[in-house]
Design a protein around this ligand. Structure first.
Ligand SMILES: [Zn+2]
Length: 82
């Protein structure tokens, strides 16, 4: 038997499993909503709820603050510099 990657159970509906996808995410900072495109998310195949990992969430907050500072309300998601 070859070991397979275990599907991650959805924390929301507990029925579906999560698989990686890309999604447009809106984040509100100081009453301003910033749209971020191509955000890597884990998407549930049953309830379609998308969740982001803590690392992505932290990065989203940083990007949104950069966007606010620059006055940009629509940003393409970029992974953090290594
Ligand atoms: Zn679900």
């Amino acid at each position: 038997m070859t070991p397979e990657t275990q599907p991650i159970a959805c924390p929301s509906c507990r029925v579906g499993s999560l698989s990686p996808g890309r999604k447009t995410v809106g984040l509100t900072r100081n009453d301003v909503t910033i749209t971020m495109r191509n955000v890597p998310v884990m998407m549930c195949d049953t309830c379609e709820k998308a969740t982001t990992t803590p690392a992505v969430t932290t990065n989203l907050q940083r990007i949104s603050e950069d966007g606010l500072a620059a006055g940009t309300l629509e940003i393409e998601y970029t992974p953090p510099a290594a």
